[in-house]
Ligand binder design. Sequence first.
Ligand code: 0RA
Length: 650
Amino acid sequence: MGEEIKSAAEGAGLAAPHADYGAKDIQILEGLEAVRKRPGMYVGDQGTRGLHHLVYEVVDNSIDEALAGFCDRIDVVMHGDGSVSVRDNGRGIPTEYHEGAGRPAAEVVMTVLHAGGKFDKGAYQVSGGLHGVGVSVVNALSRWCELSIKRGGSEYTQRYERGVPVTDLERVGDSGEQGTYVRFMPDDEIFSTMEYSADILKGRLRELAFLNPGVTVTFDDRRPESGEQMKTYHYEGGIRSFVEYLNRGKETSFKPPVRIQGSRDSTTVEVAMQYNDSYVERVFAFANLIHTMEGGTHVSGFRTALTRAINDEARRAKLLREKDENLTGDDLKEGLTVVISIKLLEPQFEGQTKTKLGNSDVKGIVDSIVYDGLKVALEETPEILKPIVEKAIKARQAREAARKARELVQRGSPLNKLDLPGKLADCSSRDPQASELYIVEGDSAGGSAKQGRDRMFQAILPLRGKILNVEKARLDKILSNEVVRTIVQALGCGIGDTYDPSRLRYHKIFLMADADVDGAHIRTLLLTLFYRYMPQIIENGHLFVAQPPLYRVQEGKNISYCYSDKELKEMTAGRDPKRTNIQRYKGLGEMNPDQLWETTMDPENRIILKVEVEDAILADELFGILMGDAVEPRREFIENHAREVRNLDI
Ligand code: 0RA
């Protein structure tokens, strides 16, 4: 019998457990094995997302303690060895012997899937979607994991390897404190990357601090290269501070942000909102602290309430006359920054990335709480109404103009060749899934790309002229820009709220610009256009950045290409420089069609970067900083990130 279990454990790469096997061990090993065999099912994927998810999972457990009112401090450390630790001052995972399981409760929590939920941990757990799978999943996907618990006057520790306990839970001393400390080393057999991004982690930790006012969250990056100081996040103002943070550096129509709060049927709703002087709307919605990027019923409820309340009050205050039409939800979007945080008992997460809230009763609840709350706020501070209404009326006029401009851009069916931009060298294929569009900067590069491509499935769109900074313009102006129109026409799918995915003519869209600072700038302008006005293209994984080589290295008849200075250094290390001919490409235009095909466009050889939005707030900030008005943060950002500019991944 021992043999059989051993092979199951070994099959999943598990270490041998410390004690003799029993029926309960078999169950645990099977559970851990399931996690290690299909990690994606539990943490999303085996790349960056999954790796970061491990940290979120442990932190979420600490946050659950905070929500239950037992924890007000969480310390996250990235250690020099690549491990991560999370310490909280909650109740501590129960250490008592668990009768049913025949082992200490803490060992059950660490080794049995979903065991956390079996204990009474308070009503609203951060669970659902990808979250809430339990710390046992982190344990199973870690090379090792160390647990330390302070509880009931004592301190206990236990060590696990690949999820399996290698020591018993031992009492190591007295302690007057309470809390849980988990330190884990992600397993490099599971994850394709072991590189944590401090920016991504900090983004989520800051977000959690905003969503849990009064809780102090710290982040300490002790990795040798980091050189960063410890960060402390603590906001007494909650999501109101969150909105102020999102609007920092922008002019706002009123201060402080309006805050609305209420609850019904065990669902609590909290909203903070403020208008700024930009033209974009930013909605950050959370359900049980999970960022619902795809929106959902809470967001729809908010929108109907906002529209109704503003129209009612605007009419009462005679800011809208009788003959004026009602303001629409779209009119009220321009410049709006809003954070919505709701907590509910059984969240249903839907959508492509399971980040859309589906509970149908939530819409009415949020609608009525926000409507009533807005009415009260507008009675208390009537002066905020006028700027909102005036801005919305201007937005309506601009949208009218935009509609006319858009009609020009979108007229006709995309299958009609006459409606395609003249510069587009289209591909023969009419199957969007098989078709690729290369958006290329400059005519000479466009020429090379046209000659080098496989015309069966690759279309080329050369761009010339100034690409508009969409961060600083309204939709009507954006749509009158030649470059934007050309792109929208070629894609065929519309822009803004008329975006229609079924009309997208290419499912792979490549941005191809020179590998220099100007190229990076052009690429960022294009990324901003997609991110702000066709975000679905990014969300659905259609947008890529082509990676042309920086160097061509010739040795006799042998030719190879290098995509970075580092690669060139490695390749030429210890070579006789006389026989090596190195050509640095100053731009795509210097490459002949064959070279461009071979290095950058041939699906067999090319290196491509998929544009993904890991963290919407981070991306929002990034574009705000890179494209906005404030000079100082931009200078700072470019100085801090200068080395990464070649891989501008959002
Ligand atoms: C199960 C039950 C209780 C707390 C926890 C688990 C718990 C888990 C983690 C993971 C990280 N930090 C944590 N803190 C607590 C409730 C304990 C009780 O009723 O005393």
